[in-house]
Design a protein around this ligand. Structure first.
Ligand code: BJ8
Length: 433
């Protein structure tokens, strides 16, 4: 891939040397983490292919689409409605936020005490190594946590196409009104950018494409309730990560095929893990590509991750958007209804998230929950405390011996040894029960 796409990357303004370093470490990390797994479903070949071409063929496709007049919109958050983007025949891509890059540069721009996810976004921009960001005609930042909200003020000086979307902090009538107003404003901005008028028919088609993708992911989640689990948590996380990059229809077709294979594997009891392997739900901050650090440690320690209560997971795709509206305004209201249910920790209070974790733990028959927060992420770190004490008081959890381990970490590997020890001890404890 390195030689074939050099010209394309140069034209995008990437720093070729830094980018080559990034690709080398991404490729090596991928081989080490994924290819070493035993008994993967054969349809994961799709994931291998997408990942091998994530900065190559996919970028070439985006640039060809741009030449044909389509627009590319980059986003950092699951609050950006893909339905609206698709309705304007534009393409939505997730922007890279899952690895440390150019940390020195980043820490001269942002406080050191900023979460790794935000630092990563800045590192990719300041080091000029993200072709998605450079190919984007619009970059959407959202006013969610304070870190993101304030850092977009700086990012606005680094990219010339930043669009900031305001978001409510409370689930109230006023909060819903704010979200509805912002989605209306976003729809108008997307129409202006693309030159496409969004009609009810176009919006309904966008809703159908995204709903089908959500259904495929929801089916995957249900299949992971089987014991033994038909797929590793690492591969399932990767599917959720790839959902942000690949063409939505191609992605959906591939995941539907994988779903068929997983059904077969469940019947034949084929799994990367023996039956009775301790089952873990991971809950908390999103894990963007190539953040595989925690799941790898968990699965290497002899447990299987069967669910992700995360934006790169259940929180990102659950709940469909209603598509029976007749007008743009009615369909837009259905979009607002769907996104308003997202239980991100930026909301206060946020009881829906606790309920969802309890429901997931039950549905997926987990033995333990690992709450994952990035260091300096106040919304998730703070929510982890009351969550832990609530779960420890639930009689159903006490009877089954389900407990919660709190992990705070970042993208560096410095704490891997310490994390490994804590995770192994946790798994041993839940396994004994
Ligand atoms: S809807 S979770 S994608 S905001 S880890 S940057 S919260 S300090 S990512 Fe998120 Fe949208 Fe919410 Fe989901 Fe801030 Fe925390 Fe950093 Fe975070």
């Amino acid at each position: 891939m390195q030689t074939e796409y050099q010209e394309m990357w140069r034209d995008l303004g990437l720093d070729l040397e830094a980018h080559a370093m990034l690709l080398d470490s991404l490729g090596a990390g991928y081989r080490e983490v994924f290819s070493s797994q035993a008994n993967r479903p054969r349809e994961t070949a799709y994931l291998d292919f997408v990942m091998s071409e994530v900065h190559g063929l996919r970028i070439k496709e985006l640039l060809e689409a741009k030449k044909a007049g389509r627009k590319v919109i980059g986003a950092f958050c699951v609050f950006v409605p893909e339905e609206i983007v698709l309705a304007a025949d534009a393409i939505l891509v997730g922007l890279c936020t899952g690895a440390d890059f150019g940390l020195e540069l980043v820490e001269s721009t942002l406080p050191r005490t900023t979460c790794a996810l935000i630092k990563s976004a800045f590192g990719f921009k300041l080091s000029r190594v993200c072709p998605y960001l450079e190919a984007a005609d619009m970059v959407v930042g959202e006013n969610t946590c304070d870190g993101k909200k304030k850092s977009y003020e700086i990012l606005g000086g680094l990219v010339d196409n930043l669009y900031v979307m305001d978001l409510p902090q409370q689930k109230s009538a006023l909060g819903r009104q704010l979200l509805a107003g912002e989605y209306r404003r976003f729809l108008t901005a997307v129409e202006k950018l693309s030159g496409v008028e969004i009609t009810a028919g176009r919006l309904r088609r966008g809703i159908e494409i995204v709903n089908r993708k959500r259904r495929a992911l929801e089916r995957l989640s249900r299949l992971r309730a089987a014991d033994p689990a038909p797929i590793s948590g690492l591969d399932a996380l990767l599917i959720n990560q790839v959902a942000f990059y690949d063409d939505p229809e191609r992605f959906t077709a591939a995941i539907e095929k994988l779903g068929d294979e997983l059904e077969e594997r469940i019947q034949k009891k084929i799994s990367p893990f023996p039956a009775g392997t301790p089952r873990i739900l991971v809950s908390g901050c999103p894990m963007a590509v190539p953040n595989w650090k925690l799941p790898r440690l968990v699965e290497q320690a002899g447990a299987v991750i069967v669910g992700e209560e995360s934006c790169v997971g259940e929180r990102g795709w659950r709940n469909l958007t209603g598509n029976d509206g007749e007008t743009v305004e009615e369909l837009l209201a259905a979009i607002v209804d769907r996104y308003y249910k997202i239980d991100c920790a930026i909301f206060t209070p946020n009881p829906e998230r606790e309920e969802h974790i309890i429901e997931l733990a039950d549905r997926l028959q987990v033995n333990g929950i690992i709450h994952y927060s990035l260091q300096f992420c106040q919304p998730y770190t703070i929510e982890s405390r009351p969550l832990k004490s609530r779960l420890s008081r639930l009689s159903g959890f006490r009877e089954k011996g389900i407990s919660l381990l709190n992990i705070e970490t970042d993208y560096s590997m410095e704490d891997s040894g310490q994390l490994q020890t804590r995770i192994e001890a946790f798994i041993e404890m839940i396994d004994r029960r």
